[in-house]
Design a protein around this ligand. Structure first.
Ligand SMILES: [Zn+2]
Length: 472
């Protein structure tokens, strides 16, 4: 776990370079951006602070389900840690939301071949009756086949959807599969089903179920819903191919109304245009099965680690830089809550980005719309090329769920694209633990984010105007 010490010579050289540019005439400021960005990048590759941040978060706090005491402890710890890290202002704010608390979760095949099934309740699911539900299943290998089932056809049955999510580098198959978990329970209930099971939205073949929130629709009965591990979904497919299958399901989650979640933000005050802010975020809450290392402790470590490096700079970058660690991404509350509380600041947020896709290396970045040909992007691309990162051809239209509501208010975004080939092997499972994060890969992220955030904060570009111009 211990890592080798920072290269002393390099640290001294870095500070000397900062001192050199700190007193450079204004006219040379642009020229100095690239070397400082390069040194932030190189310092990021040797960073230890971010990895230690992740180690402490996942060890001292562990699982951080939104609006629970553990999530509140994480916020208090993050506030204290950021205060000690050289930021100009650190702030913790709450917002109201219900807390969903997992209970017992048991499933088993009753007939024709009694055996246990590995399941986990979907976030937000209602409980089964205390004695559980025992019923015949109606199994659909495709979600569209469930949608094609007529009303009433699933009466008294447990609907099971076993459609598999493909493994892809950019993780976009997750979004495509999301309705299976988000909308499946209500679609099944509209057709008469009394419970719902879906194959986990995961690409592994381990006997671990993947958690994740569902969203009940107002025009359907709320039925208990859970995810099956991939091998258990396979098993049900084989059994169903042979005839009728009866299963038993017991879920005892409960919801506490009037709970609260927390968002922590830390700011470096801009030296020339403090009213303009570059916002980089990640989410502090996690699912409760693992310790939230790749989702999204890594993102917290990446954006806080990047800003921590920039916090060592004197003078500060021109624009203010704000790190936001959001409180309840997994339950869909933090993004809307932040936009509600800070919507009036949206016109002053020059650029925003979120890191919420694990800790594997970044391989591409997406420029804000209309900015691909600017000096800012050229300098950024040149700085990131040695990290194996290229400029993607498509513009950044989204960059994480927590800042999507800000983007809707007109805040331009920039996006880093990480290698997500194995992200959904671990995502939302009990296996999302600290050991899965490679320190070198984490540091590559911190290096890239430090360079990007610094250059964006130094830039004079009006990303909003560039995006508007690009539309015409
Ligand atoms: Zn996440």
């Amino acid at each position: 776990m211990k890592r080798t010490g920072r290269d002393r010579l390099s640290a001294v050289g870095f500070i000397a370079l900062l001192l050199l540019f700190a007193h450079a005439p204004v006219a040379r400021a642009q020229d100095s951006d690239a070397p400082i960005a390069a040194h932030l990048r190189d310092a990021g590759l040797k960073d230890e602070w971010g990895y230690r941040f992740l180690e402490t978060l996942t060890t001292l706090i562990g699982p951080r389900l939104a609006a629970t005491p553990a999530e509140a402890r994480a916020a208090i710890w993050a506030e204290k840690t950021l205060k000690e890290a050289g930021f100009d202002a650190v702030h913790r704010e709450s917002f109201a939301m219900p807390a969903w608390l997992r209970g017992r979760e048991e499933a088993a095949v009753i007939a024709p071949a009694p055996q246990r099934l590995v399941v986990t309740a979907l976030g937000g699911s209602v409980a089964t009756p205390p004695q559980g539900i025992t019923a015949e299943i109606a199994l659909f290998r495709l979600y569209s086949n469930l949608l094609a089932a007529p009303p009433g056809s699933l009466a008294g049955k447990i609907a099971v959807v076993t459609q598999r999510m493909p493994r892809v580098m950019d993780g976009s198959s997750y979004g495509a599969a999301n309705p299976i978990r988000r909308r499946g329970p209500s679609e099944a209930a509209k057709r008469g089903a009394i419970a719902y099971l879906n194959r986990s939205l995961g690409t592994d073949n381990h006997r671990l179920a993947h958690a994740g929130a569902t969203n009940y629709e107002s025009d359907a009965p709320r039925i208990p819903a859970a995810a099956l591990s991939n091998p258990d979904a396979d098993q049900l497919e084989r059994l169903a191919a042979r005839g009728k299958v009866r299963i038993h399901l017991l879920l005892t989650p409960r919801t506490e109304e009037n709970a609260q979640s927390w968002t922590v933000s830390a700011e470096l005050k801009g030296s020339e245009r403090p009213d303009e802010t570059v916002l980089i975020g990640a989410h502090l809450d996690s699912w409760d099965l693992g310790t939230g290392a790749i989702d999204d402790g890594a993102g917290d470590a990446i954006v806080a680690g990047a800003a921590h490096l920039i916090a060592q700079l004197k003078p500060r970058p021109k624009r203010s830089l704000r790190v936001v660690l959001f409180g309840a991404e997994e339950m869909d509350y933090s993004g809307p809550a932040y936009a509600k509380a800070h919507g009036d600041e949206a016109p002053h947020i020059a650029l925003a980005a979120e890191s919420d896709f694990g800790a594997r290396k970044i391989y591409a970045f997406l420029a804000p719309p209309g900015s691909a040909k600017t000096a800012f992007i050229k300098t950024l691309a040149d700085t990131l090329t040695p990290l194996g990162i290229f400029l993607a051809r498509e513009p950044a239209l989204r960059s994480g769920d927590d800042i999507a509501p800000l983007a809707k208010l007109g805040v331009p975004v920039i996006a880093m694209r990480q290698n997500g080939l194995d992200y959904f092997d671990i995502h939302h499972t009990a296996d999302d633990t600290f050991d899965k994060v490679d320190p070198q890969e984490l540091d590559q992220n911190i290096a890239a984010w430090a360079a990007m955030a610094y250059l964006a904060a130094q830039s004079d570009l009006d990303f909003r105007r560039l995006a508007a111009d690009a539309q015409h």
